[in-house]
Write a protein that binds this ligand. Structure first.
Ligand code: SF4
Ligand code: SF4
Length: 67
């Protein structure tokens, strides 16, 4: 059976407050042209800090398969 790991992504409704960027210990979050925050899946360790910090609820967890 595949081993799964939780990661987080921005699903929409980002207010560009940048709170998540300050919370992320991995510097995994950047801004796309003042439109939305975006999370680099390869840098994200799934700590959930951004998810807890995002007031508009723009960040959601998802599962990825790990080798
Ligand atoms: S905390 Fe939420 S609303 Fe603020 S920049 Fe991050 S994803 Fe966007
Ligand atoms: S879950 Fe943690 S490591 Fe991943 S983007 Fe959010 S704050 Fe950064």
């Amino acid at each position: 059976m595949a081993k799964m790991k939780t990661k987080y992504h921005v699903v929409g409704g980002c207010a560009i407050c940048m709170t998540c960027m300050y919370q992320c210990p991995m510097q995994a979050i950047s801004l796309i042209e003042d439109v939305s925050a975006v999370i680099d899946e390869n840098k994200c360790i799934g700590c959930g800090r951004c998810y807890e910090a995002c007031q508009p609820g723009a960040i959601e967890p998802y599962e990825v398969e790990v080798q």
